[in-house]
Ligand binder design. Structure first.
Ligand SMILES: [Mg+2]
Length: 369
């Protein structure tokens, strides 16, 4: 089998009302997704999505004409490109999708096949006051979730801690609460100063009191030592946007995290994250990747997490009405959902199990810039 072409399609879903993501100073009036389709001379087509793939066409020739199943080689090639240009991991995702189709097995089975379903946590996307956040948590519990993640910010730490306190009072011990400070990285152009170490520690101490399962990105990603110190107070998570395996290896070598979160479609790809996960889990730490892209990205991370026996929860970006599964998965024929027990099933189809809504793809397609 040979790769004959790698086609990119840019989709833009208008968001009305807009979505005010907790980590983005700008309200989002549209939601962009780039589809990657790897075409082959045998008619199989692999699909991936996640990163924007901006600038990729100039590298397409490094893959066309080659065997799509030569995944190790393609991952090494993508790593050389990452140094010069973008994080084109959706291409690797599409190649895994293709490999699964070629072998008539789900990607999770190819990667290790430890689990067929994974408990999910509802990952909130907007910031709320205490009463509203508690109410949202109860609504998620009604839907089956046994865990949720709340975003708080350093600039309004006491407001955030109040929201977590109110949520704990509302749900008692019936739900795990995860908190994300989003201090690991910034949106382009957000030059606000980093959190002070004493503030991160104050948050950690308060959240530990509230029985929070883990505190995510409490400090800038480069502050490996700072993460190590905070681990004595609360479980610490990070690594979602690591750009190289070396960054993650440094965290592991320093034993700086309790929860490793490299996103399959944004950070270091599926193969490298799988290898890391094996060592993370062998050390008794957790592997629970970031998944905040679209339904295809969630699927890629679901297969990866299920394959390695990761968890204890999979991130499930979901915060209705602002962030519904219909918005998140607008390119899929059926949105991915949790069952009444709060689990997400790994699709039992070959590859990733992506079924595109081709009408939606055609409706929201714009020229690739
Ligand atoms: Mg995060």
């Amino acid at each position: 089998m040979r790769i004959t072409a790698i086609r990119l399609e840019r989709l833009v879903l208008p968001l009305d009302p807009p979505f005010s993501a907790a980590w983005d100073p700008e309200p989002r009036r549209s939601f962009e997704a780039t589809l990657v389709r790897v075409e082959t001379d045998e008619g199989l087509v692999g699909v991936g999505s996640g990163d924007t793939m901006d600038g990729f066409p100039r590298f397409e020739h490094l893959f066309v004409g080659r065997d799509p199943l030569d995944l190790e080689r393609h991952v090494r090639a993508l790593e050389t490109i990452t140094f010069h240009a973008g994080r084109y991991w959706p291409l690797e995702t599409a190649l895994w999708d293709l490999a699964g189709q070629a072998q008539d097995r789900p990607v999770a089975a190819l990667l290790g096949g430890r689990a067929e379903r994974v408990p999910a946590y509802a990952s909130c996307g907007v910031r709320r006051g205490p009463a509203e956040q508690a109410e949202a948590a109860l609504a998620r519990r009604e839907e089956g979730f046994r865990a949720l993640k709340i975003r708080i910010r350093a600039a309004a730490l006491d407001d955030g801690l109040a929201a977590v306190t109110a949520t704990r009072e509302a749900v008692g011990d019936t739900m795990e609460i995860i908190v994300d400070l989003n201090e690991g990285w910034r949106m382009a152009g957000d030059v606000s100063p980093p959190i002070e170490a004493s503030e991160a520690r104050r948050a950690a101490e308060c959240l530990a009191e509230l029985g929070v399962l883990w505190l995510e990105e409490p400090l800038p990603a480069e502050d490996v030592e700072g993460h190590v110190h905070l681990r004595s107070v609360i479980r610490v998570a990070g690594g979602e946007m690591a750009r190289t395996t070396a960054e993650l290896e440094a965290l592991l070598a320093a034993d700086a995290l309790d929860v490793y979160q490299p996103d399959a479609v944004l950070a270091v790809g599926i193969l490298r994250a799988r290898d890391l996960a094996e060592r993370v889990l062998a050390r008794g730490r957790w592997f629970a990747p970031h998944t905040w892209t679209n339904g295809i990205g969630v699927l890629a991370n679901l297969h990866l997490t299920a394959a390695v026996g990761g968890g204890p929860f999979l991130e499930f970006p979901y915060d209705p009405p602002a962030w519904s599964v219909e918005r998140r998965d607008f390119m899929l024929a059926e949105p991915l959902r949790v069952d009444a027990d709060g689990f997400v099933e790994v699709p039992d189809r070959p590859g990733l199990g992506v079924v595109l809504d081709e009408d939606a793809v055609a409706r929201y397609r714009v020229p690739v810039g």
